[in-house]
Design a binder for this molecule. Structure first.
Ligand code: GDP
Ligand code: MN
Length: 382
């Protein structure tokens, strides 16, 4: 789950990272009032969960409250990478001497929380890593003892900070690390971290991405979720207790179990098709959950066929088959459905499916091939 800049800054500030506190605004009038309260030149910033807001015109300087109001009117409603701006952050404008990048990621390859740092800040770090890899430091931290003083010094020297700035850098690096660990983050970054002409160090932009699996431990962070920016289908799935990730293909998949869902997607690809989603309805799937899953899958206009792949263990195949038939009757839109049910009560399940005129398959290869063929017949290609 991604957090907006103002939320991320709230968390970093709690852990002692130096930054300029701002005021959130949702109308030009509020932005003007915020600029009046701040009482200095401000920066008006679009709050959307995509990068490159600056380049897209979503970050603008304003010298006066009247200008802040005008800039806010321009930014609200702006569409940045497909997301409409609704919320702004108004912050005191900082003078910038130099911009740096400082981030922490959970790096699965090195199995460690890893510092990423670069003296070429303000731009996308992925770009710098490609064009000038020597300009990016990757420093894995010890998984048990965490961030140590020598790590902090190493990063400060890599960035080429002056001695007095190295002192100010310590609390920023440690605050970023503490915030990362305390919130079970996958990523926490400051881009840019800047030095001011006066020699101060400040975090001007912040982004935190939380580990979804750790959210139950953080109800306060879960409450920061920005529903306006999430896929409606992913929200519906979460509410129905279904694990769902939208993809770009045309074959909807409904599967019980995450491993089986991934295998199903692989076999769809092997058969020449493209999965429209990853979907795990979980154990003991009853008719209402099956119905919710179908509705979520069919909400995607690209879906031209559905492949249902169920392994009956504790889940009884005949119950799922009945659920599928019941659910199908309630759907707004129908597409060809290929159903494979194996395991507990598979024979009874097959009878129910046949009576309802559903396409069945015994093996997964056969099911995937039939689903791909059905989608081709409907839409003529992936
Ligand atoms: P992003 O484009 O979404 O990453 O948004 P940022 O908050 O990082 O802003 C983009 C760029 O705008 C920064 O790299 C800075 O160059 C500039 N910027 C942001 N805040 C300020 C500020 O307070 N003062 C000045 N002078 N420039 C700023
Ligand atoms: Mn930035």
């Amino acid at each position: 789950m991604k957090l907006q800049e103002y939320r991320s800054k709230e968390i970093l500030a709690r852990h002692g990272v130096a930054l300029l506190e701002g005021i959130v605004a949702t109308t030009p009038a509020e932005a003007r009032a915020a600029a009046e309260r701040i009482g200095s030149p401000v920066v008006v910033k679009a709050q959307v969960l995509v990068g490159g807001r600056g380049k897209a015109g979503g970050v603008k300087l304003a010298a006066t409250p009247a200008e802040a109001e005008a800039r806010a009117a321009e930014i609200i409603g702006l569409v940045i990478k497909g997301v409409t701006v609704r919320t702004l952050l108004v912050v005191p404008a900082a003078e910038i001497a130099k911009e740096y990048y400082l981030g922490l990621i959970l790096d699965r390859a090195s199995k460690a929380v890893t510092v990423i740092a670069s003296a070429d800040g303000g731009v996308e770090i992925e770009e710098t890593a490609k064009t000038n890899p020597g300009a990016v430091l990757r420093l894995p931290l010890h998984p048990l003892i965490g961030l140590q003083e020598h790590n902090v010094r190493r990063v400060a020297f890599f960035l080429g900070l002056a001695p007095e700035q190295r002192k100010a850098f310590g609390p920023i690096m440690r605050g970023l690390y503490d915030a990362f660990i305390a919130s079970d983050a996958d990523l926490a970054e400051i881009n840019p971290l800047v030095t001011t002409p006066g020699g101060e160090l400040l975090a001007l932009d912040a982004k935190i991405v939380l580990d979804d699996s750790a959210l139950p431990r953080h109800p306060d962070l879960e409450a920061m979720r920005d529903l306006a920016e999430e896929e409606p289908s992913e929200i519906a799935a979460r509410e129905a207790g279904i694990n769902f990730i939208k993809l770009d293909g045309n074959i909807g998949c409904m599967v019980n179990g995450a491993g089986l869902a991934m295998t199903t997607m692989d076999l769809v690809k092997l058969a020449g098709g493209e999965p429209a989603n990853f979907l795990d309805i979980g154990g003991g799937a009853k008719a209402d959950r099956v119905a919710a899953a179908f509705a979520i899958i069919l909400d995607d206009p690209r879906v031209q066929a559905i492949l249902v792949n169920i392994f009956g263990g504790i889940t009884r195949g005949d119950e799922v088959a009945r659920g599928i038939v019941e659910a199908r009757a309630t759907l707004q839109r129908t597409v060809p459905m290929v159903v494979r049910i194996v395991g507990t009560n598979a024979v009874e399940a097959a009878d129910i499916l046949r009576q309802a005129n559903l396409i069945t398959a015994d093996s997964l290869d056969e099911a995937a091939a039939k689903a791909v063929a059905a989608a081709l017949a409907v839409g003529g290609g992936a």
